[in-house]
Design a protein around this ligand. Structure first.
Ligand code: IUR
Length: 472
């Protein structure tokens, strides 16, 4: 190693990447200096791709302890710039991260509702890949919407509106981009410490006060079981709290689509229904609970329940909708569209609209999200690879709810598509997604199945818990 790298007065050039790989290969914990050296060598190009691939695999196989995971997160943050906010906003800066779902439009009403409650929300979101949708894709179905704001523009929008929803800038955690691309081609994406460091480094670089995580489990989630989701949530919450962000994770079910709509423009309309104080019950549940926790975490509510009441109130009185409209205008949407957009607006149109019929009388036991998402993606609603273009108008509307009695022959799903056309095999896949049972009609279970927060917060929260058995 020829160059001398000094960070915080400490010479980390004494480490050889090969020694660090060997240490992790043997299952030993890496020191903070070794982790720092790896991140620095990655950024300067001194570490060879094959070395990084080997190290990622060693981490994937041997894991990292909480201390190592926290250090890796911190060092990844220092690979780029961080967002800086005015002193008087300290305590008010909040954001949300979801591990990805089908029909998940929660961020759209949540960000403006929090802004209407006095928070500052510099929300950095992504695009959809695979079967899960992306918040930016949904917003881009509104003509003129831009997610390309730089930190100065974000600051201006937070001053004037209180929230923005933007794409990841290149300068924020550049190490994550390098590591993520390598994980993708070395079968190491599914490593708990690497996922944790990747997600949390970007949140730490936003300089947040509080963060809510929606960690999903189920057939259409990254974690199939609730145990896996809780495991990831504990790791994320631990790093968040260790690095000064008050963090809570909701463990939520992702077997069936959230709300009634899947597909970018349809989901925006459904988010507007929520912003008008209505909308599907499960979408409202997720918005209220995520918002309630954030208001409590940042001290704008005395309990999560009081926080939920505040969020419900800004959805009811139209102030959240006003924030959403102002945010759209600040992010490039023409004033005549931004100022009047509502759930009755028309956002795009497809050449085909087709309804499928219920195949037998009974109770809707489950509507499976994953096959619906796969069919819609094939019709152009999502991407298989990052460079694919999408058709924002493609989507589906569910006409029946879980737990409801249905009669054979009634329409249950309305599909909107252009080219490519819906094929018979797609119709069959959709019909298989509808599970009809003989049980009596029932009220669907809540989406939120558990809450993970740091021990200190859990103790404070003890007084305010309404739903027994929820805190893990
Ligand atoms: N989202 C991220 O930001 N990072 C990851 O590693 C995964 C999802 I998986």
């Amino acid at each position: 190693m020829s160059s001398i790298s000094v960070n915080g007065g400490e010479d980390v050039s004494q480490f050889r990447i090969a020694d660090v790989i060997a240490k992790k290969r043997e299952g030993l914990p890496l020191s903070p200096q070794e982790i720092r050296h790896v991140v620095e060598a990655t950024m300067t190009g001194q570490a060879q791709d094959c070395q990084l691939g080997a190290l990622l695999m060693a981490i994937r196989l041997k894991g990292m302890n909480p201390e190592e995971t926290m250090t890796l997160t911190k060092e990844m943050v220092t690979s780029g710039s961080v967002l800086n906010w005015p002193e008087e906003w300290s305590g008010l800066l909040v954001d949300k991260h979801s591990t990805g779902g089908v029909g998940d439009k929660v961020s759209l009403p949540l960000a403006p509702a929090l802004a209407a409650c006095g928070c500052k929300v510099p929300m950095i979101s992504g695009r959809g890949l695979g079967h899960t949708g992306g918040t930016l894709d949904k917003l881009e179905s509104i003509p003129g919407f831009s997610s390309q704001q730089n930190p100065e523009q974000m600051l201006e929008i937070l001053h004037s509106v209180g929230c923005c929803i933007v794409g990841q800038s290149k300068n924020l955690v550049p190490a994550d981009k390098i590591f993520y691309e390598m994980r993708d081609v070395t079968a190491t994406v599914d490593s708990l410490p690497l996922i944790t460091a990747s997600i949390m480094s970007k949140k730490v670089a936003e300089n947040l006060s509080a963060l809510i995580l929606d960690v999903k489990f189920g057939a259409a989630a990254q974690s199939p079981t609730i145990e896996e989701a809780k495991h990831l949530a504990h790791s994320l919450v631990n790093v968040g709290d260790s690095l000064g962000i008050s963090t809570v994770a909701l463990i939520t079910n992702m077997d069936s689509p959230i709300g009634r709509c899947v597909g970018n423009s349809l989901e925006v309309i459904e988010a507007l229904e929520c912003l008008e104080g209505h909308g599907p019950e499960d979408l409202r549940e997720l918005v209220l609970r995520a918002g309630g926790y954030l208001l409590w975490l940042c001290g704008r509510a005395e309990s999560e329940i009081q926080g939920e009441e505040k969020i419900a109130s800004v959805l009811r009185d139209g102030s959240a909708l006003q924030c959403f409209r102002k945010m759209l205008e600040a992010q490039g949407v023409k004033p005549d569209i931004a100022r009047t957009i509502s759930s009755s607006s028309k956002l795009g149109k497809t050449s085909h609209i087709e309804e499928l019929k219920v195949y037998k009388t009974g109770t809707v036991g489950l509507i499976q999200a994953r096959p619906i998402a796969d069919v819609l993606n094939a019709l152009g609603a999502g991407r298989k690879k990052a460079t694919d273009t999408i058709n924002h108008s493609v989507g589906a509307e569910l006409l029946v709810r879980e737990g409801q009695h249905v009669e054979k022959g009634a329409p249950w799903i309305r599909v909107y598509y252009d080219e490519p056309l819906l094929q018979d095999k797609d119709r069959q896949t959709l019909q298989n997604a509808l599970c009809i049972s003989e049980q009596p009609p029932f009220i669907p279970a809540p989406r939120v199945r558990d809450i993970i927060c740091a021990q200190r917060k859990a103790a404070e929260h003890g007084d305010t818990v309404r739903r027994q058995g929820e805190i893990s």
